[in-house]
Ligand binder design. Structure first.
Ligand SMILES: [Zn+2]
Length: 477
């Protein structure tokens, strides 16, 4: 042995093994790249979203469309060759939006494009007609006195900002879900909000007004952005402005829905560990639920199907879960966590697709610190398809929330949300908004991440369990 060889040998003993160890072995990398590149030429995802939106269409919780979607999903997963295809019952609230008419009655008549928020009670048959009090934020609403708002209609006119990340949606949803609580507390008869959305067309964006299933107290509607401008203009004229609302929205008895599950079974000693791919099967009722969340359903099914088709069983089981009722209270996500309370630790990592069909541009995560090297190597496989590395604070998505809060790590693939909120929760959420190439790029990203997660020796550790979601109580602090 030469002196040089001795030094090299010595060095290899002294340096920690992790400096050299590859988290994702070459053979897994090669197969992941093959799947990734194959996804770009694949038509499964588009076929799935086309079938769901054309053959089922709108599918809000508890509706006939919801039941049809469950049947559709079971048949689709079975016909694609998934194993252990089954439904897990979920009790869901069932709300019917009925009809809605909103108009300015003074100082001049003007009909407004509006939609009821999910969970809104209806108005009395004669409607509600009252003066409008306009504010621009929840803080301004909260600062009103009872004298200023009692017997009137609160108008929260917050303009949602457009961001690639969708960052403007957080504030807007807080107004949607807590505005009516604050307004009712101050004696308002109804709440009108500017839509939590960025569309410039005369379409209004619906969405749940519930927070932690607290029932809607007073009627709440969202105006199209253009119509919020019309109402603001009227108010800025300085004369008192009155609005009349007629709504037949109502709660119906709770209904049964279901989470629909299909698997690509693992093989070997890690087979009882689960990589979960989630999306939600329900949609709002105004469009056909193409981008929210037909594309998510399509992306996770297509990614798992590609691994199924590769002919080689993954080491861990890949479980596709199509969650019931995300939109109106996360019923399916909560039920899934309850149903699997004894096997939460077997869920080694989760990926969710619920941000539309825009191309994935960022890969974030929320994994244990000592698993960050795996994520870094995985990012190397995603970078060639235009994906940058994000932070280690990914929330994953709403449906994975209950599992994440109990410690399940998250791999987060962020779709470009620049245009998502032009269509989200509106009548414009239809198939024509889906670009095949962007959809396939999503499949490429998901199949790469899922394949690696299901096959590497190590896992992503566990997260520190954290508290549950916020309530509206903070608005009264
Ligand atoms: Zn969604």
């Amino acid at each position: 042995m030469t002196a040089h060889a001795r030094v090299v040998l010595l060095a290899s003993f002294l340096l920690p093994a992790t400096v050299f160890a590859q988290a994702i072995p070459d053979d897994i990398q090669e197969q992941a790249i093959a799947l990734r590149d194959g996804a770009m030429q694949n038509s499964i995802a588009y076929d799935v979203v086309e079938s769901l939106t054309m053959e089922v269409g709108p599918r809000s919780a508890g509706s006939a469309g919801d039941a049809a979607a469950i049947r559709w999903a079971v048949e689709k997963l079975q016909s694609l060759g998934f194993r252990n295809v089954h439904t897990d019952e979920v009790s869901v609230p069932h709300w019917d939006r009925g009809t809605l008419d909103v108009r300015i009655t003074a100082p001049y008549p003007q009909s407004l494009v509006a939609t009821s928020l999910g969970g809104s009670p209806g108005t009395p048959a004669e409607g509600i007609e009252a003066e409008v009090v306009r504010v621009e934020s929840l803080a301004e609403l909260r600062a009103l006195s009872r004298e200023q708002l009692e017997g009137r209609i609160a108008f929260v006119d917050h303009v949602m900002e457009r961001f690639k990340t969708g960052a403007g949606y957080g504030v807007a949803t807080r107004i949607r879900s807590c505005g009516h609580v604050v307004a009712a507390e101050l004696g308002a008869l109804a709440t009108v909000i500017r839509s939590a959305g960025t569309s410039t067309h005369r379409v209004a964006h619906t969405g749940s007004m519930l927070k932690n299933n607290v029932p809607g107290t007073i009627p709440a509607v969202a105006l199209a952005n253009a119509d919020a401008d019309i109402l603001t203009y009227a108010i800025q004229s300085g004369k008192p402005v009155t609005v009349r609302l007629h709504s037949s929205a109502r709660d119906l008895p709770r209904a049964l829905s279901a989470n629909v599950v299909g698997e690509v079974p693992g093989k070997g000693e890690l087979a009882n560990e689960i990589v979960i791919l989630g999306a939600h099967l329900d949609s709002w009722d105004l469009g056909t639920g193409a981008i929210d969340d037909g594309t998510g359903v399509a992306i996770v099914i297509a990614a798992a199907k590609m691994i199924l088709e590769s002919g080689e069983s993954p080491r861990r089981t890949i479980r596709v879960v199509l969650f019931a009722n995300e939109e109106f209270g996360l019923s399916g996500a909560k039920q899934y966590a309850l149903d699997h309370a004894n096997s939460i630790d077997q869920h080694v990592v989760g990926l969710e697709a619920d941000f539309g069909p825009g191309a994935v541009w960022k890969f974030s995560s929320q994994v244990a610190e000592d698993a960050l090297d795996i994520v870094a190597e995985l990012h190397q496989l995603l970078e060639p398809i235009g994906i940058e590395r994000g932070d280690n604070k990914s929330s994953g998505g709403a449906d994975l929330g209950p599992l994440r809060r109990t410690g399940m790590p998250i791999l987060g693939l962020s779709a470009d949300g620049t245009e998502y909120f032009d269509y989200h929760h509106t009548a414009d959420d239809t198939l024509d908004k889906v670009d095949r190439d962007d959809l396939n790029q999503n499949v490429a990203a998901y199949v790469t991440a899922a394949y690696v997660a299901a096959n590497i020796e190590r896992n992503f550790g566990r997260l520190t369990p954290n508290a549950s979601e916020q309530t509206c109580a903070a608005e009264f602090d």
